[in-house]
Design a protein around this ligand. Structure first.
Ligand code: ATP
Length: 391
């Protein structure tokens, strides 16, 4: 089921009456393709849950419309939308067994949708098998682990074979190992059922690992939509660049002058195609190449060997991060007695951002890279480049 969110906006009245309404979701436009898993990602309060609640019908939009396929469902109550919902707290009925919990949504079906007892049991078992809890059908929720309880909640959401599955931070209550396992399982179930799924999380790694596409939000506004790797490799602005990646991107104050990028006094890269200006420079931790004669000098703090990779921790007076983390192959040897450490930079791992708008500025080889047209347009504007310069 394809979902279309058409200029969706939700405003809440401000508790402080002297201030204007709170825009939880602002002009959200997105076509969610059929059968895909979409990760809604952003910091706390950015409007992820409100977006999900609008899609489920638990909230009504202030303006804008929602379509499931060709059907306008904007005014349809949640129970008629054909959705399955899973929340962070599993909200299972404690006095009911696993089987009874899963059966619950089927027992409420009325009219032509009403099922016989056999049909209901068959469907409940099918859903339980899908999430691999069919052995636990007679237990009560208190006799299950957190991961098993969450699987019961997923089975309960799946039992009616919803048109759309909505998951709000479904893994937050699980410990690290179980989180990893359950997220892989979620992906497997989603691919097996082919149900269009929207998954809300503030955990970028979680969203990136299982989503077909991610939507990065900030203050109710979409910052970027795309395949996880594309968004990581080509962030539209500084917020997105900082939000994605572990360890996080290293950010510096820099200057473009005469076609060169300077950090401090050092010209660290050619910056062809960019007007002279001050910029933010984002460098992915894997964008550093250790080189005694490298163009970029940082002050060495310490070296952490992590098996396959080495993390070089350093500082620089133009760095916005307290420390800079550079990930290099463990085969490289760092002279730990040295005060300084020098690097060359991989140009495609270096991003420039406009100091005012914080939008990305393409430079050098990035100008020729395969950048979506609409993104190139916004990047061009940010860079202050004219048409003739950008081609
Ligand atoms: P979290 O990750 O913390 O759950 P979120 O990204 O899901 O956050 P929302 O819960 O959608 O964010 O909230 C978005 C904004 O709308 C926040 O500023 C929040 O305070 C505000 N908000 C949400 N619900 C209401 C409400 N019922 N009344 C007033 N403001 C609200």
């Amino acid at each position: 089921m394809k979902i279309t969110l058409d200029h969706l906006t939700k405003k809440f009245p401000n508790r402080d009456k002297t201030k204007g309404d709170v825009t939880a979701v602002g002009d959200f436009c997105f076509d969610i393709p059929d059968g895909k898993l979409i990760g809604l990602l952003g910091p706390s309060g950015c409007g992820k849950s409100t977006t999900l609640n609008l899609i489920s019908g638990l909230e009504t939009p202030t303006s804008g419309r929602i379509f499931f396929g060709e059907d306008d469902v904007t005014k349809l109550p949640p129970e008629h939308r054909g959705i399955g919902l899973v929340f962070q707290n599993y909200a299972l009925y404690p006095h009911l067994t696993v089987r009874q919990n899963i059966l619950f949504p089927l027992q409420n079906l009325k009219g032509k949708n009403k099922l016989s007892k056999e049909q209901m049991n068959e469907k409940a078992l099918e859903a339980a098998k899908l999430v691999q809890i069919d052995e636990l059908m007679d237990r009560k929720p208190s006799e299950l682990s957190g991961g098993q309880q969450q699987r019961v909640a997923i089975a309960r959401a799946l039992v009616k074979m919803p048109r759309v599955l909505l998951l709000d931070e479904p893994l937050s209550n699980l410990d690290a190992r179980l989180r990893l396992q359950t997220r892989e399982e979620l992906r497997r179930i989603q691919q097996k059922t082919g149900i269009t799924t929207i998954f809300v999380t503030h955990d970028q790694e979680e969203a990136m690992s299982i989503s077909d596409e991610i939507v990065v939000m900030k203050s109710g506004i979409i910052q970027q939509i795309g395949k996880p790797q594309d968004v990581y490799d080509s962030p539209a602005n500084l917020f997105v660049a900082k939000f994605l990646g572990t360890p996080p991107i290293d950010v510096f104050n820099g200057t473009v002058k005469g076609g060169k990028l300077y950090i401090g006094d050092e010209a660290v890269l050619p910056a062809v195609g960019v007007e002279d200006q001050d910029v933010y420079v984002g460098i992915r931790p894997e964008g550093f190449i250790l080189n005694d004669k490298g163009a970029f000098t940082c002050q060495l703090q310490n070296v952490e060997v992590m098996g396959r990779d080495t993390s070089v921790v350093s500082t620089h007076k133009e760095s916005l991060n307290v420390t800079i983390r550079s990930i290099i192959s463990a085969e490289n040897k760092v002279d730990t007695a040295s005060k300084d450490v020098r690097f060359d930079l991989k140009p495609y791992k270096v991003f420039l951002f406009n100091k005012e708008t914080e939008k990305r500025i393409l430079f050098g080889g990035q100008l020729a890279a395969d950048v979506p047209a609409e993104m190139e347009e916004s990047l061009d504007t940010a860079a202050g480049r004219t048409d003739s310069q950008s081609k």
